[in-house]
Design a binder for this molecule. Structure first.
Ligand code: BGC
Length: 259
C-alpha cells in the first residue's frame, strides 16, 4: 500500500479533496474545496472530481483515489438520492469517475467514510463492540462499526421516529431552517438517539458533521445509555475515510507479485 491516498468528499455545498497520510490520517497538503456545481448531477460532479485529482497530481504522487457520495453505494453503484439529484440513482459512479480520470476510483457512502476515519484516527479509535457514528448535516448519515470493521450502508438517518423520517426533524439543516433553539433541537436528538439505541444497543455513539464543533451546546442535554461524544476529525472525516478505504480496496485487488 502506498503511503498516501487521495480522498474526495462530495457535500451539499462543497466538494473537498486532499491527499491523506494513511498511517496518521493527517492531510499532507492543503485541501482543495470547489463549490458543488448546480445541478450536482453525476457528470458535473465527475468534472469537479477530475479537477481535484489533476490539481493534486501536479503536487505529488498517489495511486488510490476514494470519493464519497451522500447515498447508498454498493460496488460503485449509487442506489438512493435522499438529498441529491435524482439522476444519481442507478449511476455506476465508480465506473463514471474511473473513466473520467483514467484511474480506478473507489466510491463510498459519505457517513461510512467518516465512520472509518473516526474509528481509525478519531473519537472511536480502539473502541471495541458496536460503534455508531452519525453525521448531522443536510441529512443524517450513519456508519456502523463492529470491533472497527465497517458494516456499510446502514442509513439510520431514515429511522422512523414519531411518525417522521428522522433526518427531516433532527438533522442540523432542520435546526437551521426551523430556527430551533439548542434545547428544542436537543429534544429531537434525544428522541432520535433514544430510538436508535433501543434498537442497536451500541457501546459508543459518535456525533459528526459541521455542527459537532458546537457539541458543547447540545451533547450535555442528551441522556442516553451509551456514551455519546463529538467526532474528532470534523469536516475532514469523509476525505480521510475515503482515502483509507480506497487504498485498502486497491491493495486487496492488486495481483500478488510472483517471486
Ligand atoms: C442519505 C445517506 C447519507 C446522509 C448524509 C442521507 O439522506 O440517505 O446516504 O449518508 O444523508 O449525507
Amino acid at each position: 500500500m502506498s503511503e498516501v491516498a487521495l480522498g474526495i468528499d462530495f457535500g451539499g455545498s462543497g466538494i473537498k479533496g486532499a491527499p491523506v497520510d494513511l498511517t496518521s490520517g493527517a492531510l499532507v497538503a492543503e485541501r482543495l474545496r470547489i463549490p458543488t456545481p448546480e445541478p450536482a448531477t453525476p457528470h458535473t460532479v465527475a468534472e469537479v472530481v477530475a479537477q481535484i485529482v489533476e490539481h493534486f497530481r501536479r503536487l505529488l504522487s498517489y495511486d488510490a483515489i476514494g470519493v464519497t457520495v451522500p447515498a447508498v453505494v454498493t460496488h460503485g453503484l449509487v442506489r438512493t438520492a435522499a438529498n441529491i439529484d435524482a439522476s444519481w440513482i442507478g449511476t455506476d459512479a465508480g465506473a463514471l469517475f474511473s473513466a473520467r480520470i483514467a484511474s480506478p476510483v473507489y466510491v463510498v457512502n459519505d457517513a461510512d467514510a467518516a465512520g472509518v476515519a473516526e474509528a481509525r484516527f478519531g473519537a472511536a479509535r480502539d473502541s471495541a463492540g458496536l460503534v455508531v457514528v452519525t453525521t448531522l448535516g443536510t441529512g443524517i448519515g450513519s456508519a456502523l462499526l463492529f470491533d472497527g470493521a465497517l458494516i456499510p450502508n446502514s442509513e439510520l438517518g431514515h429511522l422512523q421516529v414519531d411518525g417522521h423520517d428522522a433526518e427531516t426533524r433532527a438533522a442540523s439543516a432542520a435546526r437551521e431552517s426551523e430556527g430551533l433553539s439548542w434545547r428544542e433541537w436537543a429534544d429531537r436528538l434525544q428522541r432520535y438517539y433514544g430510538a436508535l439505541e433501543d434498537l442497536l444497543w451500541p457501546t459508543l455513539i459518535v456525533v459528526g458533521g459541521g455542527v459537532s464543533k458546537k457539541a458543547d451546546k447540545f451533547l450535555p442535554l442528551l441522556h442516553l445509555r451509551a456514551p455519546i461524544v463529538a467526532a474528532q476529525l470534523r469536516n475532514e472525516a469523509g476525505t480521510v475515510g475515503a482515502a483509507v478505504l480506497a487504498a485498502e480496496q486497491l491493495a486487496a485487488s492488486a495481483p500478488i507479485a510472483s517471486a
